[in-house]
Design a protein around this ligand. Structure first.
Ligand code: ZN
Length: 423
């Protein structure tokens, strides 16, 4: 049964101050949404009557919904398990949590995680599931058929250095034989895409990476790269012939323009050059890097090498589901680098950080028709009700630093009204 919250009305008129460009003040206007798309955009006061639903109002702020470029659906219940480094945290916190998906908790857990993201205004995400085949298939089917969100998702592939119940041979691997895209019309951007998700090189043998690499040409790949120093050293010991951690993935054909590389904190210049040459995407996860004390991502280095960058919550290493808080952490990470550096460090402005979690993240995840307010764009919109005092030249900074989900009055995802508690 499709979720009733997904039953889109024939049209929705969304009225308020339209935040079309975060570098400029929002202007009064209204948007007509039909068939999942923004059909019309007008300036000035909205008509008082319209055939479909009317949401918003003159004092509301209308902005694109957010996209999260990296998270783990099974880890939402274990946010906040502090005090451990990456490898110990995986063993003691994450693997037990992921094990619960093999004991009947997958679909309910995924729905709760997606509902939590929707509550914070996230309409699209790239996510890891667990390594369980059956439960993973159920979650992917639900995402494709009944969830209001855009998603790139796949079950974790790993075959070593993890508990037996997570690396059983029939579960490891990303099934390169599965269709890459199961939803959406051919030739259009698909709302849900099945990805290959090698967890990270320490949990994958060469043969597994080779198998996954054979399927990487026509689908998205998600993995982790160079998050902590300890992990980088472990990869050096496990793959002694590889010139670098990045080149382990490259050797197996896993670096493509549709590869999302979470973290990239400790890359050498040589590795940045490889990522740039393959046109893969570095996913900066600032809250997670602070939480696990992994290190500080170097945004300037990514820019220097021309590497595309997206922004991810990395729940549960990242404790914040809300993308405005992750955007704020990106600014804070750059400020911390600047305070400890004699070299010049560029610090993103609030408008640039806001652009990351809306337009840029959607574009880098292949949804270039989302994350923006423009004609024919996907209707993934938020109606916010900020205090009137926030409407000055610091509006975007106030949204980032004062964010709370209570600012959201209405969520329009994929052209329909979404109520997070019904997901
Ligand atoms: Zn992660």
């Amino acid at each position: 049964m499709p979720d009733p919250s997904l039953q889109a009305p024939p049209s929705i008129l969304v009225a308020g101050r339209l935040l079309i460009d975060p570098e400029r003040a929002p202007e009064p206007g209204w948007i007509l949404v039909r068939d999942g798309r923004i059909e019309e955009i007008h300036s000035g006061d909205a008509p008082s009557e319209a055939p479909g639903l009317i949401v918003g109002g003159r004092d509301r702020l209308i902005c694109p919904a957010f996209t999260d470029a990296h998270c783990h659906l099974p880890q939402f219940p274990v946010i906040g398990a502090d005090g451990l480094g990456l490898l110990e945290w995986l063993e003691r916190v994450v693997y037990p949590a992921e094990g619960s998906w093999g004991r009947g908790g997958a679909l309910a857990g995924a729905r709760r995680a997606v509902g939590a993201m929707a509550r914070e205004g996230t309409a699209g995400f790239a996510a890891f599931l667990t390594s369980h085949a059956g439960p993973g298939a159920d979650v992917l089917s639900w995402l494709e058929q009944d969830s209001p969100m855009r998603a790139i998702a796949g079950r974790v592939a790993m075959d070593r250095n993890a508990p037996d119940d997570l690396i059983a041979s029939d579960r490891a691997g990303g099934d390169p034989d599965e269709p890459a895209d199961r939803a959406g019309d051919p030739g259009t951007e698909n709302r849900v895409r099945r990805s290959l998700n090698p967890r990270f090189a320490p949990a994958c043998t060469g043969p597994l990476l080779e198998k996954l690499g054979r399927g990487a040409a026509d689908r998205w790949v998600q993995t982790h790269l160079s998050e902590s120093v300890e992990e980088v050293e472990l990869v050096g010991a496990l793959f002694p012939d590889a010139p670098s951690y990045t080149e382990v993935y490259d050797e197996f054909g896993l670096l493509t323009p549709r590869t999302l590389l979470a973290h990239c904190v400790h890359l050498t210049d040589r590795e940045w050059a490889v990522v740039a040459r393959r046109d893969s995407i570095a996913v900066h996860c600032p809250t997670a890097n602070t939480f696990l004390r992994s290190g500080r991502f170097n945004l300037d280095k990514a820019r220097e090498f021309g590497v595309r960058v997206a922004l991810g919550s990395d729940v549960a290493a990242g404790a914040d589901i809300a993308m405005p808080r992750v955007a704020r952490a990106m600014i804070e990470t750059a400020k911390h680098r600047a305070m400890g550096s004699t070299e010049p460090v560029s610090i993103p402005t609030p408008a640039q950080a806001w652009d990351m979690i809306t337009r840029t993240n959607a574009q880098e995840l292949g949804w270039s028709g989302s994350g923006v307010i423009s004609r024919a764009a996907a209707a993934d919109l938020l109606v916010l009700r900020p205090p009137e005092s926030w409407f000055d030249e610091h509006l975007i900074g106030r949204l980032l630093y004062g964010w709370e989900s209570g600012l959201i009055e209405t969520r329009v995802f994929n052209g329909g009204i979404v109520r997070p508690d019904t997901i």
